[in-house]
Ligand binder design. Sequence first.
Ligand code: GLY
Ligand code: MN
Ligand code: MN
Length: 432
Amino acid sequence: MSTTLFNLQLDHIVHLQHAYEQVLAKYGFDSLVIYSGHASHHFADDHATSFQTYGHFMHWVGLADIQHSWLVIQSGKKPQFYLHAPADFWHQPTQLPDEPWLSVIDVHQCTQALAPPVEGRSVVIGDIASTTPDIQQALNAETASNEVVRALDELRMFKTPYEVACLREANHLAMAGHEAAQAAFIGASGELDIQLAYLAASRQRESSVPYQNIIGLNGHAGVLHYQHYDITPPSQRYSLLVDAGRRFRGYCADITRTHAGPDAPAIFKELVTALHHLKDDIITRIEPDTSFVELHQQMHQALGSVLVAHDIFKGTGEQAVSEGVTRAFCPHGLGHSLGLQVHDVAGLRHPDGSAAPAPSEHPALRLTRILKPGMVVTVEPGLYFIPMLLNPLRDTSLPINWTLVDQLMSCGGIRIEDNVVVTENGYDNLTP
Ligand code: GLY
Ligand code: MN
Ligand code: MN
């Protein structure tokens, strides 16, 4: 790992310490305790489900697999890290990396799951309800109010240079997976083999992905969160949609690419190109003080133009938007905040923590913020052929070219997704 990244991480921890001290002072606490969380088990079995460390815990340590552990943050003191490290011959004990950040944090190796010692008036965040009654009783801390958690969420909205460097590297690693997935598709692989090619090239096991990879061939590309991997390749290859990420030091990439297959109608490939341009055009509009809701609305206007330009809608682009046609072709939001969680915190909040819900006509939008430097967002326009959404329009007089839509149904849909940081002067696209 480069010295630069390690130095940026030290700056990041100084920044966190300062910001947490402000939260402690504002809400009148001496200590802030963070629980890492732990994996739960399948009912009546010793088989654990996949797990990721609580985001506010990861914010300090950047490790996504720390369980049964605690952090205690106090003003003027090093963070105290109570690491659960049981003596266990069934499993490999947790080992921390030999890295500089561990010189600015005090680590206490704990052989048992226990509550950490705290001083003064303390507040705790995390999934405490999942700990044992003994731990809950021993923990001398108040449960945090929503205001405290929202203040920390707000802190996560603005990425430090260290976090941006991690997100950039996560994108590089994920992109190697996307290239391998495309190659596997060209080689006529099915969904499972495309998934395995992605995992191998992005160097990760399936349990560490930041979200379940979406690998959809043909009509499956039109299932927004398609969750299966068919083992057998289909006989016809119209399309492939890959929405797949990678963590790097806790930080998530969230990238989507769509490819036209050899059996797709020519117009599908043209639409894929149009969606790439649409995505690029929206990204160039990103700068401080831009409203993400307005960008989302601009995406709909651009989608209206794409539908008209490709003869899918025989009215005007404005009509396609105002009549809800673009929403039937793209039911999700333009994007969301990205960080230690794929759908990161505070996207639907004002800076003071009050609610900033999605507009009623765009209920799936997950980010309603005015963009500011340091925010990292996804930009992910989509255009889908989803029978459940389009069929109700067949009974209307809307000038939709159903012959063309029916030809495109077998392609499922298109999504193109990049990860972008808002800078002082504009934007920096983290996706290679
Ligand atoms: N991969 C989930 C999303 O794009 O929001
Ligand atoms: Mn996304
Ligand atoms: Mn995605």
